[in-house]
Ligand binder design. Structure first.
Ligand code: 13P
Length: 250
């Protein structure tokens, strides 16, 4: 990992309220420092806070992302849903799609593909998540599962300039358990090779997510293929999130 164009994405999941916005100001201040000029810091709060985040970060280097969307681009009779158009209209630039927490409640590769296509039409940058479960890992199915998630999730998509590939092993999310550095390095190389070949792209952006903290970020940083982190739990505390950023960008 070099210091250039590294991503730090805060996935707040179903946490946070208006009061939480105050703590983000510290991160905005950090982003203004010259040292972090080429660092991408993105906050993905719940839908309820998107507008406030958008206003708070306007004209700053911090960007905002949504955590999911409906597969329809504009509007329709879908109670409780939010469309990519609605999200983009708030000034939001990114969107997480395919998170395992949504896959586990029924979101499949085909739905994910539709959501990605609609979001691309709205010029949102995609944080595309994929990862194997512990059961799949134990059965040695990891590569098969990841390749299927990527191929089906990105069906009919030719250009990946606006797609970030977030590898999040399900068994590592929220557990404090992380892959061994040597294993993760091998996995990232396999993913990079597969994605580069499939999409004829020299440098696909690969991220890692799963129990990232200030200690293991320093270790993961050694892996050249990793261009940043998708951080859950630790991103809700600004000091911890700042620590991850500072320890990674040196
Ligand atoms: P944790 O960092 O809490 O393990 O969550 C990772 C994640 O799901 C990010 O999308």
């Amino acid at each position: 990992m070099t210091n250039n164009n590294i991503y730090f994405i805060a996935n707040w999941k179903m946490y946070g309220n208006l009061n939480s916005l105050n703590s983000v100001k510290k991160v905005i201040e950090l982003s203004k420092k010259k040292k972090f000029k080429n660092t991408n810091i993105i906050y993905c709060p719940p839908y309820t806070l998107l507008n406030d985040f958008s206003k708070l970060t306007k004209k700053t280097r911090v960007k905002v992302g949504a955590q999911n969307c409906h597969e329809f681009e504009f509007s329709g009779p879908f109670t409780g849903s939010v469309s990519p158009h609605m999200i983009a209209s708030l000034g939001v630039k990114y969107i997480i799609i395919g998170h395992s927490e949504n896959r586990s409640i029924g979101e499949n590769n085909s739905t994910i593909n539709k959501k990605i296509i609609s979001s691309i039409k709205q010029k949102l940058k995609i944080i595309f998540c994929f990862g194997e479960t512990l059961k799949q890992k134990k059965r040695n199915e990891t590569n098969h599962v990841l390749k299927k998630q990527i191929s089906e999730g990105l069906k009919n998509i030719k250009k990946i300039d606006n797609i970030l590939f977030a590898y999040e092993p399900v068994w590592s999310i929220g557990t404090g358990v992380v892959p061994k550095i040597s294993d993760l390095q091998i996995q990232m190389r396999i993913l990079k090779k597969f994605i580069s070949k499939k999409f004829k792209s020299k440098n696909p952006v690969l991220l890692y997510g799963g129990s990232v903290n200030q200690k293991n970020a320093i270790l993961f940083k050694q892996i050249n293929e990793i261009k940043g982190f998708l951080v859950g739990g630790a991103s809700q505390n600004s000091n911890k999130f700042i620590d991850i950023i500072k320890k990674t960008i040196i």
